[in-house]
Ligand binder design. Structure first.
Ligand SMILES: [Zn+2]
Length: 228
């Protein structure tokens, strides 16, 4: 991770891609995100719906310019250039994907509910089926989010299905959602060395990032990816 003085964190492997612009905007960098346009926001509802945006969808830009309502979805995939896919989080993960061969990007909102629904796997399925992506060509980045140090789920028996209890740490009620996401990526064929997790816990780093668990406010930080 590299944090610039305008408050953007970047994934090392995505930073090396010449046709990718991306960034995770810290609290200080939030205003810079508005300088990028067109920004595509989603109406995030902790579901597993994936919005598909294809470059041959000619109506799209016209609708966008006339100020359409954000789609209700928690993931978005596109092969369009020069659109900025935005996921806003505070403890949840933003997971960015890029297939450099097919030139397809995705951005996913995966909180614990998204993890339980495996929205990461569903987004990869969408990339494969709709865009012909090969998982072995996909790079993945996991944003700052609630780390295993702070992911306590006292009601986990009601909230998290038993097949995911293997991600519980020791005998405590803490879960490792970072590892769960890595496994969900690898289960679909993404290579381990193509997965970059910043491993920054938002609750432990509220000087840089918003944390819902720590602050109980609606502040969220933006995670943005675009092909340029
Ligand atoms: Zn923590």
């Amino acid at each position: 991770m590299a944090a610039t003085d305008i408050g953007i964190c970047e994934f090392e492997q995505l930073k090396r891609q010449p046709d990718i612009f991306h960034g995770i905007f810290t609290r200080e960098g939030q205003e810079d995100v508005l300088k990028t346009t067109p920004l595509i926001f989603l109406n995030q509802v902790h579901g597993d719906t994936i919005k598909i945006l294809k470059k041959d969808d000619n109506d799209w830009l016209e609708n966008f310019q006339s100020g359409f309502e954000p789609s209700i979805a928690d993931g978005i995939v596109t092969d369009m250039k020069d659109v900025f896919l935005v996921i806003r989080v505070a403890d949840c993960q933003a997971v960015m994907l890029y297939d450099s061969k097919k030139k397809v990007i995705a951005n996913i909102h995966s909180g614990w509910r998204g993890s339980v629904k495996n929205i990461i796997g569903k987004c990869l399925d969408t990339m494969i089926l709709e865009f012909g992506c090969q998982p072995e060509n996909i790079l993945a980045g996991i944003s700052p989010s609630l780390g295993p140090c702070c992911s306590e789920f006292v009601n986990y028996k009601d909230e998290i299905p038993e097949n995911l209890w293997k991600y519980k740490i020791n005998a405590e009620n803490y879960f490792n959602f970072w590892e769960m996401s890595q496994d969900q990526l690898m289960d679909k064929g993404v290579k381990k060395d193509h997965i970059e997790n910043m491993k920054i816990c938002t609750k432990c780093n509220t000087d840089l990032f918003y944390s819902f668990r720590k602050e109980k406010t609606s502040g969220r930080f933006a995670c943005v990816i675009s092909m340029i």
